[in-house]
Ligand binder design. Structure first.
Ligand code: GSH
Length: 213
């Protein structure tokens, strides 16, 4: 399998975690988001969305991390990243989507840069934007985790699921940005538990070749 990836891309990080968890070997193709390589004609020819991740599995080419995660789950179900019951799977997808659909897109590099040029926002205003939307997303996850007896060592029960796979990279971003986690004790707890697992460690940005220090 080939994964077009960037160390600090949280969407790529989700896919790296799932591949590591399921023991699937991969070849990484680095795409340097810091220099805007994703916007180059050469990369757009690979992925017209001009974003990472892109996964190639034989004849299958997939973008959108959640679609990739579901594909991996269906084609390599062991070890699972979704619970056995329909309501549990829906809860896991609900938690994952708070991150994937409602949080990460608002702090992603492309939109974040657009706030500066052409919209003209300074670093302080952009920082407020970032913190506002990430806090709102984390608060939503925190409320669900705190209120539900199905929360365990991880977001859903005592084994990692796609919810943890999506939450951990978002939390890593937020910690790098210096956000305070005192208001999100359950989020912090499940992420610390997950990050201590070897599969999650191997997928982390700092464990990737060429990762920025
Ligand atoms: N919805 C997509 C988001 C992909 C995405 O936003 N990737 C980011 C890195 S985490 C990216 O490539 N950003 C570069 C840009 O927006 O120019 C997914 O979940 O895969």
């Amino acid at each position: 399998m080939k994964l077009y990836t960037y160390p600090r891309s949280s969407a790529s990080y989700r896919v790296r975690i799932a591949l590591e968890w399921k023991g699937i070997a991969r070849e990484d193709v680095p795409v340097d988001l810091a220099s805007g390589e994703q916007l180059s004609p050469a990369y757009r020819a690979e992925n017209p969305e001009a974003r990472v991740p892109l996964l190639i599995d034989g004849d299958v080419r997939l973008t959108q991390a959640l679609a990739i995660l579901e594909y991996l789950e269906e084609t390599r179900p062991d070890p699972p990243l979704l619970p056995p019951d329909a309501a549990g799977r829906a809860r896991v997808r609900q938690l994952a989507l708070i991150v994937v659909a409602d949080t990460q897109p608002l702090q992603n590099t492309g939109p974040y840069e657009y706030l500066k040029d052409p919209l003209g926002l300074g670093d302080a205003e952009r920082g407020r934007w970032y913190a506002h939307w990430v806090r709102r997303g984390l608060a939503a996850v925190e409320a669900h985790l705190a209120d539900d007896p199905r929360t365990g060592h991880f977001c859903h029960g005592d084994a990692p699921t796609l919810a943890d796979v999506c939450l951990v990279p978002q939390v890593a971003n937020a910690r790098r940005a210096g956000l305070d986690f005192a208001r999100y004790p359950n989020v912090a707890r499940v992420c610390d538990t997950a990050m201590a697992l070897p599969a999650f460690e191997r997928a982390a940005p700092e464990a990737q070749p060429g990762a920025p220090r």
